[in-house]
Design a protein around this ligand. Structure first.
Ligand SMILES: *[C@@H]1O[C@H](CO)[C@@H](O)[C@H](O)[C@H]1NC(C)=O
Ligand SMILES: *[C@@H]1O[C@H](CO)[C@@H](O)[C@H](O)[C@H]1NC(C)=O
Ligand SMILES: *[C@@H]1O[C@H](CO)[C@@H](O)[C@H](O)[C@H]1NC(C)=O
Ligand SMILES: *[C@@H]1O[C@H](CO)[C@@H](O)[C@H](O)[C@H]1NC(C)=O
Ligand SMILES: *[C@@H]1O[C@H](CO)[C@@H](O)[C@H](O)[C@H]1NC(C)=O
Ligand SMILES: *[C@@H]1O[C@H](CO)[C@@H](O)[C@H](O)[C@H]1NC(C)=O
Ligand SMILES: *[C@@H]1O[C@H](CO)[C@@H](O)[C@H](O)[C@H]1NC(C)=O
Length: 248
């Protein structure tokens, strides 16, 4: 009797483990079981070899795998195709320091899980895993039409790209294909003096151009401008904390 009950409990326990983690009981793991491996997922479609190489080289892959396993926020990755890397101006990657390479890859990673729908309505700016030496995050702008299930992502250099393909959609790791490398304007800052930032209204279209007001909105500037960006970010993260409070 007690033995039967114990057996039942054990079965239930094993079943719940299977449901919770899609991990079979100890033993040889099935192909798709076990902890999430971002590079293994990206290797399947066969068009992300450059991004995989950088994820590995910079060890951001390990960071993502660990953080996806250990946080309950989940993560979102924008994966540029090999074509996207090829379309960068010659020398752009070679000009980066090792630290900038890490930042470039982290700029494609959000510390939160989004579906296409929640991404399309996310509050701008959206912070990424990349940040400057003061801890100020590099940000992206997103805009979308919920009805059309379409989301555009604009990097801080003002270049916009549309998401057409979802590589992985399930919590805790979403991976969206992007056809352009998201380039932080912060890398170009030494080359040109950025104008003071202005606020971008939600739902407005941050048009892809390297001049004009859209760039001003996306590009943090030194001095007073930087201060107002900080205030803006403070507000955004405040709202974010509030939202998380409501959710959990
Ligand atoms: C993840 O997958 C890659 C490529 O399939 C493999 O080289 C690597 O060892 C895997 N990492 C872990 C932690 O399993
Ligand atoms: C990952 O990087 C290590 C060195 O850091 C290298 O030995 C290994 O071959 C790389 N793996 C892949 C799949 O690129
Ligand atoms: C995943 O998280 C669990 C619980 O925190 C931990 O025991 C396990 O070692 C982690 N696995 C990896 C691959 O990080
Ligand atoms: C790379 O750096 C060189 C020297 O600073 C510069 O002349 C060139 O424009 C840079 N190339 C790119 C694509 O940024
Ligand atoms: C920043 O530099 C990259 C790589 O050199 C280049 O593709 C891009 O056009 C530059 N953006 C701006 C706003 O100057
Ligand atoms: C996204 O970008 C495409 C192409 O530039 C544009 O036609 C569309 O209106 C944009 N949608 C949103 C919601 O910004
Ligand atoms: C802004 O950039 C566009 C191309 O993106 C160009 O046609 C236009 O002349 C530029 N305007 C100024 C003021 O530089």
């Amino acid at each position: 009797m007690a033995k039967a009950a114990l057996g039942l409990l054990l079965t239930l326990f094993l079943l719940s483990q299977t449901n919770a983690q899609t991990t079979p009981a100890p033993g040889p793991a099935a192909e798709d079981a076990g902890p999430i491996n971002v590079t293994a997922i990206l290797a399947k479609p066969g068009q992300f070899s450059q991004f995989i190489r950088f994820l590995n080289e910079t060890q951001v892959a390990t960071q993502i795998n660990n953080q996806v396993n250990n946080s309950n926020q989940g993560m979102t990755v924008f994966a540029p195709t090999d074509n996207a890397f090829q379309n960068l101006p010659g020398g752009a990657l070679n000009n980066l320091t090792n630290q900038q390479k890490v930042l470039l890859i982290l700029y494609h990673v959000l510390p939160q899980y989004y579906t296409l729908t929640t991404l399309s309505t996310a509050s701008n700016p959206v912070r990424t895993q990349a940040s400057d030496n003061d801890g100020k995050p590099f940000v992206l702008l997103v805009s979308g039409e919920v009805n059309q299930n379409q989301v555009n992502v604009t990097s801080s250099d003002g270049v916009q790209t549309t998401i057409y393909n979802t590589v992985r959609k399930d919590y805790p790791l979403a991976i969206f294909q992007v056809d352009k490398v998201l380039w932080p304007a912060e890398f170009n800052e030494s080359k040109a003096e950025a104008p003071a930032p202005a606020t971008t209204p939600k739902g407005g279209s941050p048009k892809g151009s390297s001049n004009g007001t859209a760039t001003a909105a996306a590009e943090p500037a030194p001095g007073n401008g930087a201060q107002s960006v900080k205030v803006g970010l403070g507000l955004v993260s405040g709202l974010w904390v509030l939202c998380m409070g409501l959710l959990f």
